[in-house]
Design a protein around this ligand. Structure first.
Ligand code: IMP
Ligand code: MG
Length: 180
């Protein structure tokens, strides 16, 4: 699959992403105003660019932590099995937590992670996803904040990969296979 030739069609520009993050940061700031220190939890690896830009727009005390789940492997199809590959370093009991995801697709990843984090009794647990593909949803879940709703397309860039490639694109593009 990753060896099939493809091109990337631009979908969301770096400028559009930056503007959306500024607006989202205002809403997050309002939600967590007064909380001592917000624990911002990025889901590795796809959220690493988003979380870096998001926390720099948050004018408050934040602690950054990461959790890694098993990924798609080298395919564009989701797996319903979610495994924790790397757990949090911090104890989140009684704390305010914001989970940062790149894309909510079937929703199994976010659902699994939220169940796990809920079981650790945080004070408040909220979620933000840069992209949402609602037409693909299987798990009954939605993020509290969404950057952009997108159609059922396989996308890359801004941290998001196709078989570990294209994470370093500054914009979001959709994968279009060629030469068929
Ligand atoms: P879910 O468990 O099906 O919601 O999938 C979530 C994860 O699948 C996301 O965090 C992404 O890492 C990955 N994923 C979903 N859609 C895409 C895509 O279009 N491109 C690259 N990765 C994707
Ligand atoms: Mg991911």
């Amino acid at each position: 699959m990753p060896d099939r030739p493809y091109v990337i069609d631009r979908m969301i520009s770096a400028k559009e992403i930056a503007a959306r993050i500024e607006a989202l940061a205002d809403e997050i700031h309002a939600e967590f105003a007064g909380c001592g220190k917000l624990v911002v939890v990025g889901l590795l690896r796809g959220s690493f660019v988003f979380i870096a830009d998001l926390v720099r727009e948050l004018d408050m005390n934040v602690e950054v932590d990461f959790i890694e789940t098993s990924s798609y492997g080298n395919s564009t199809e989701s797996s319903r099995e979610v495994r924790i590959v790397k757990d949090l370093s911090s104890d989140i009991e009684g704390r305010d937590v914001l989970v940062v995801e790149d894309i909510v697709d079937t929703g199994h990843t976010l659902s699994h992670v939220l169940n796990l984090l809920h079981s650790r009794s945080p004070n408040k647990l909220k979620t933000i996803a840069l992209l949402d593909k609602p037409s693909r949803r299987e798990a009954d879940i939605c993020a509290d904040w969404i950057g952009f709703e997108i159609p059922d397309e396989f996308v890359v860039g801004y941290g998001i990969d196709f078989a570990q490639r294209n994470r370093n694109l500054p914009y979001i593009g959709k994968v279009r296979f060629t030469g068929e």
